[in-house]
Design a protein around this ligand. Structure first.
Ligand code: ADP
Ligand code: MG
Length: 552
């Protein structure tokens, strides 16, 4: 009778479930799984650190709708992978972490890298389990895939002990599982849809907030139709950018604080009123704001601010219901209201404030000057990855997105170090699109060795480092007493482009703003991995903000 081992079963099951990509770092006992994955036709990418591997797996999950797999060794490998699990949980993105484990018969004996892995993974997972029988692997893989994408998406963990991986069973004894179909799209009761539209019709200053839940649910056509039909201004969340074109005339992106403060009705679509949205509370929000909230997760409704109407279910399906219900109504939000005028005035004032910085050719340059050239060379179809505090925050306002799921950044968990994992994920999912990462110098440090990974797989990724020599800001010169270096400060003028050159890619170093455009043009034209390292003034910062970044 034909026999099959655990490694082959896990690879075959993942493939059957539509898991196309695996990122990992091999070693005991997972090497055979990586090889079996390649043999099964899964695209395996060997990474340099498990954190980056786990970030890549979840970004692939978000971009494709099917979870990415991350393969890590026992003990420390799983511990490193937890970073990605936590990030995936906070972002509501699907991934499956597969951790090797010491053999079951050595449990409790102080085995090599023995760790209580299911226990430590559980707080970050929708489902975590140690596979105890080789023949049940397909059952657990089906469960992990289903849990990761049904309902609010998230992470799952499968613990694979050495003896289960190497264990052999008769093909006929294998417990086969059905293939997980696309998640069901739940709709809202008709009367709630009508109530939601009644609230909108009563608004003086309505605002729609579009979150990454809408990007995940592929609701762009419905959201675009809804906004065109109702003419209500909208604000995109950081990764909700592109569900609507950022340059759409109804975008309030350039007058964000004002719009949030003044809106009297907010449609919260696949977004949370968490720290990114200032908890929906005064002084950032109107204290009498009426919330219509659409979310797939019932537990998310009314977090921080009670929702007047709850639309629980799938974003695409429910905005489709709203559009349908609107066919029976005449109402739309009139053009040229004081609300429009106030938003336009605020946006203009903001643009005026930025303009002198964008035109300032001092050497070394400031952020806005750098972004002037970067936004000019960005193709509409690029996937844009951003990380680093100032770099990412300013980048959100200066690099527009036209289409959904083309922006990846530190997200709900505010994780620095996601950059290169996300870059690699974007490159594997979208080989046909330019992949452009704009990273701070501190941020690239967390995952910089993955530049080697990008070079090894010959991914033509474009990496731009805005290098001010520190976390937040740098310093003009390091003090002679090195113990007096301020904690935020890093080396001055570090040659990050040489890291790229070290592995066979191309690098550029730019100090004078007049040289930036040429380097960026060459980067975009280069048919392989490249890195432009842009020296910024060490004290370069963000334009003054009305509120501190985490004012509640
Ligand atoms: P953002 O950071 O863009 O504000 P969040 O991550 O805070 O977005 O919120 C996204 C929300 O989208 C989560 O509360 C999640 O439950 C919800 N969500 C996820 N999938 C769907 C879906 N298919 N339909 C509607 N909402 C969804
Ligand atoms: Mg910096």
């Amino acid at each position: 009778m034909a026999k099959v081992n655990g490694a082959t079963l896990i690879a075959r099951s993942l493939k059957q479930q539509g898991v196309e990509y695996m990122f990992g770092v091999v070693g005991f006992p997972v090497g055979p799984i990586a090889e079996a994955a390649q043999a099964a036709g899964i695209k395996y990418y060997g990474m340099r650190n498990e954190q980056s591997a786990s970030y890549a797996a979840q970004a692939v999950g978000y971009l494709t709708g099917r979870p990415g797999a991350c393969l890590v060794v026992s003990g420390p490998g799983v511990v490193h992978g937890l970073a990605g699990l936590a990030n995936a949980q906070q972002n509501c993105w699907p991934m499956i972490l597969i951790g090797g484990a010491s053999a079951v018969h050595q449990n409790g004996m102080g085995a090599f890298q023995e760790e209580r892995q299911v226990l430590i993974a559980t707080p970050f997972c929708k489902f975590a389990h140690a596979v105890e029988h080789t023949h049940r692997i397909p059952f657990y893989v089906e469960m992990a895939v289903r849990y990761s994408i049904y309902g609010r998406p998230g992470a799952c963990y499968l613990d694979m002990p050495d003896d289960i991986i190497l264990g052999e069973v008769d093909e006929e004894k294998v417990q086969q599982a059905a293939t997980v179909v696309e998640p069901p799209r739940m709709i809202a009761p008709e009367q709630e849809v009508e109530r939601a539209l009644n609230v909108l019709e009563g608004a003086q200053r309505p605002l729609i907030i579009v979150g990454k839940g809408m990007a995940w649910s592929r609701a762009e056509d419905e959201v675009r139709a809804f906004i065109e039909r109702t003419q209500v201004p909208f604000l995109a969340s950081p990764m909700g950018k592109g569900v609507m074109d950022d340059n759409h005339p109804l975008s309030v992106g350039a007058a964000r604080s004002h719009a949030l403060q003044e809106a009297d009705v907010i449609y919260l679509l696949g977004a949370r009123l968490n720290w990114i949205m200032h908890f929906g509370k005064p002084p950032r929000f109107n204290k009498n704001v009426r919330i219509v909230q659409l979310d797939i997760s019932p537990e998310a409704i009314s977090q921080n601010v009670p929702a007047e109407v709850a639309l629980v279910g799938d974003g695409k399906a429910i905005v489709g219901q709203l559009n349908k219900a609107l066919e029976k109504r005449q109402w739309f939000y009139p053009k040229d209201t004081p609300w429009h005028a106030a938003i336009a005035a605020k946006a203009e004032a903001n643009a005026k404030q930025i303009a002198p910085q964008a035109e300032d050719n001092s050497n070394p340059m400031n952020y806005y000057r750098a972004f002037k050239d970067i936004s000019a060379i960005l193709p509409d179809n690029a996937v844009i990855i951003g990380e680093g505090a100032n770099t990412m925050d300013i980048g959100r306002t200066q690099m527009p997105n036209k289409s959904p799921r083309l922006r990846l950044d530190a997200g709900s968990y505010g994780t620095m170090g996601i950059g290169m994992g996300f870059v690699i994920a974007a490159a594997v999912v979208h080989p046909d699109r330019p992949i452009v990462s704009v990273s701070g110098d501190a941020a690239i440090g967390f995952s910089g060795m993955e530049i080697e990974t990008a070079c090894r797989y010959n991914m033509p990724v474009k990496i731009i480092v805005l290098n001010n020599g520190g976390i937040g800001s740098g310093i003009e010169a390091l003090p002679d007493d090195r113990l007096k270096i301020p904690p935020r400060v890093m080396s001055i003028g570090s040659g990050y482009e040489k890291l790229m050159e070290a592995f066979g890619g191309r690098g550029w170093y730019v100090e004078d703003p007049k040289d930036l455009r040429k380097a960026l043009d060459e980067l975009m034209a280069h048919n392989g991995p490249g890195l432009v390292n842009v020296k910024l003034a060490p004290t370069a910062g963000r334009k003054p903000q009305q509120f501190g970044w985490h004012t509640s």
